[in-house]
Design a protein around this ligand. Structure first.
Ligand code: MD3
Ligand code: FE
Length: 203
């Protein structure tokens, strides 16, 4: 396994998972999921998403970027919930708060192809991920697309920390097990990724 990868199974209790899902569902009413598109081709993404926090990751025909507003409503993204800021403070080992929480919403047939996350300039900050709802078959590779990969199932309440080398590793989601949880409406899966986008100001 790549250096810097940490797996905290069942970090969130079932009650804490339910509370997080309730909070996310309520946030989605004013900060809705939307379907982004692949740069250049405009092919719709398999996963719908939205963001929380001062910045949000957006993908459309023009490219990938972070921006302060929702691409469809034009409003500022909703703030990151306290439970997630607390998680970042507890596990990130990074002295500044996250600026973005990408909310990925998976349906039964959603997939996320092998990719690296390279749109953040704060290169020393980890990514912290929370899985809610149905289990996913997650694949983690290495620093090159051709590096060997290993697969693992991510279940509801699991937290993954991508620091060190693993922050630059290829990864993806090969499949969802849609009947593995009833936590998310429709048997779906929500993945939350907390990210530092810009390097903090020097003190
Ligand atoms: C490894 N999300 O949002 S979470 C993504 O389940 C993303 O929705 C997946 O890949 C999901 O970019 C995987 C675990 C994860 C998140 C970010 C990473 C693994 C990562 C960044 C670098 C390396
Ligand atoms: Fe990713």
């Amino acid at each position: 396994m790549v250096e810097g990868f940490r797996f905290l199974p069942e970090y969130f209790s079932p009650a804490a998972q339910r509370a997080l899902v309730v909070e996310i569902l309520s946030i989605l009413e004013t900060n809705p999921l939307y379907r982004g598109a692949m740069p250049r081709t405009g092919k719709p993404l398999s996963v719908r998403n939205t963001n929380l926090g001062p910045l949000g990751w957006v993908s459309d025909i023009k490219g990938y970027r972070y921006q302060p507003t929702h691409p469809e409503t034009g409003a500022a993204w909703t703030p990151i919930p306290k439970a997630l800021l607390d998680l970042w403070a507890a596990v990130s080992d990074y002295p500044h708060p996250p600026q973005a929480c990408l909310v990925n919403w998976y349906e039964a047939d959603s997939r996320l192809g092998l990719h690296i996350d390279a749109d953040e300039t704060a290169k020393d900050a980890p990514v912290v991920s929370v899985s809610l709802g149905s289990r996913a078959l997650f694949r983690l590779g290495g620093l090159e697309r051709s590096s060997p990969t290993s697969s693992m199932r991510l279940a509801s309440g699991d937290v993954v920390i991508l620091g060190g080398q693993s922050r630059r590793a290829y990864h993806g989601v090969d499949r969802i097990y849609p009947d593995s949880s009833t936590l998310v409406p429709g048997g779906g899966r929500i993945n939350l990724t907390l990210r530092r986008v810009t390097a903090p100001n020097p003190v």
